[in-house]
Design a protein around this ligand. Sequence first.
Ligand code: HOZ
Length: 438
Amino acid sequence: MPVATTNSPVRERSHRAFERACGLMPGGVNSPARAFGAVGGKPLFMQSGSGPYLIDVDGNQYVDYIGSWGPMILGHAHPQVVDAIQQAVAKGTSFGAPTERESELAECICQAVPSIQKLRLVNSGTEATMSAIRLARGATGRDKVIKFAGNYHGHVDSLLVAAGSSAANLGVPDSPGVTEGTSRDTLVLQYNDIAGLESAFADQGNQLACIILEPVVGNMGCVPPAEGFLQTARQLCTQHGTVLIFDEVMTGFRVAYGGAQELYGVTPDITTLGKIVGGGMPLGVYGGAADLMDQILPAGKVFQAGTLSGNPIATAAGLATLKLLRDEPPYDYLETQAQRLADGLSAAAKDAGLEHQLQRVGSMMTLFFNAEPVHNWEQAAKCDRELFAKYFWGMMDNNIYMPCSQFEALFFSATHTPELIDRTVDVASRVLRQIGQS
Ligand code: HOZ
């Protein structure tokens, strides 16, 4: 695996911090995607973020294209979000009792995503998808779940089968500790395979509790839905009494204010949200039609609970973020800059003579080092990961912080100026040309 070149920024303090962390946390990190396992080398330790920048503990400034893996659509430390958090924190950090702000945030979410009439606030995307699956099973009285290879829905046991994101990178699509029993009821299909989906329903339609999918996949790199794929899923679910779950943890408030369901005009039964909805604080959501959600305890019988659910600091950050996105929508700006970045990266890879695909939906995108377009996991798995690792470290050595895996989408924020985008493209052109010549 390539490592930093002699021109690279000094990373001594990060390296020491990593050594220390390795003695204290598995792999030195609290979430595997951060460990740089897919690109080799050691992760950077961060001390602060501001707008489009991250500053590491050695004082190096990076243009950030991870955005905390999606949440930071307004950039780091947005003054209004910081202010909302500061005001909330001064009044207490957790009550374990209802607050009015929870309803304010819930109203804001329901207005943005009309398929959500009622919702539950939880603490992470994983909790949201786990609870959504339980609700679907409870409501239908059925066990089986369809998921798609390369889609990642957090570390939920029954969904940790052929998963994307770091589960794909580390070569552990089926984690030890996930029992056969837990995953027995999970059917894994190829993403965008309409015929495969129809055939699964023809065989087992009356046993299927739900389909869960990323309406735009971010966790095998950015893979948009094929024409008719989401519509077919919707139609089959309606026909067979199966619950359709859109995991919009990445796409919610990202590809449009109303998420991918607004963009593609397909309405799920349950939506899961995370990342942006918490404004950078731990917050997840699952929600849908009122009668379905009313099956959750104490209105109904399906159990789900949490001491920190609806936490006052997280709801303050989320609410401030959603209000800014609603009142001053950045989506046109993001689209223009995303096109600029995508065109630039694509041209840079072409000029360097490298086989590639640039796939994008709004401000999430991936430069795949692959000869063919990537519609599913089988095709994603053919990407040249060594080439990706060289590209990643080339960018890092020039202070551009890209996702550390071929199987993660790049995100940027409303604070990334056209000049920064152009600088990124210039760096990519140099780095890719050098790779092409080597
Ligand atoms: N689930 C995130 C990537 N798809 C990674 C989270 C993290 O490592 O911070």
